[in-house]
Design a protein around this ligand. Sequence first.
Ligand code: NI
Ligand code: MN
Length: 227
Amino acid sequence: MTTLTWHGHACFVLEHGAHRVIIDPFLTGNPTADIDAAQLGKVDAILVTHGHGDHVGDAVPLAQMHDAVVVAPYELAVFLSEQGAPRVHPMHIGGAHDFPFGRVKLVPAIHGGMVEGTDGSRFATWPCGFVVTMGGKSVYHTGDTALTMDMQLLAGRVDVLLVPVGDNYTMGIEDAVRAVEFVKPKVAIPMHYGTFPVIAADPEEFRTAVGNRAEVVVLTPGQSYGY
Ligand code: NI
Ligand code: MN
């Protein structure tokens, strides 16, 4: 079994056997996070979808703390390396790589490319989503994105869809339901809502709207789901 744990916003930890990876590690400053960065156990890898602060989060200090590899779109990986991440693995859209913990594929996300950091916004990168396969099961973390036709390319290839429903910066509930129609996952888990007032959303409204298209699992920060 593979287990995922939501830590609020777009931050998830995926675990299989002895392997553990975190996606979009926004813990410090995340009003909905259930743990702080120091409480996160050992991780093998840190996957970052794009350069916005609510996704990069604690990537560099966590990478240093755990000697974890940072996996990100090329320009963002280079930036995080310059910021002090000890090991980075740059990738880009359409590419997949087999890591010791599992397989990671970068898929398109339509979103902003600014990279926030102490040196300012020097890089415009192409944001991504991740399809992460561990223990034979695939999770699609869309990153921050609009609904895209490209999602149809993943139809039937994903067990669990982690989908934003908070609207304003990403898909809202209406388009997230269409994303479920496109991807046809077994399970859909809403994310990127409720962190700030502008992205307030009712996950039960999402559940009702999805209906029988997929099982909707609504997590509270700190809660885990096995698949
Ligand atoms: Ni963003
Ligand atoms: Mn975001």
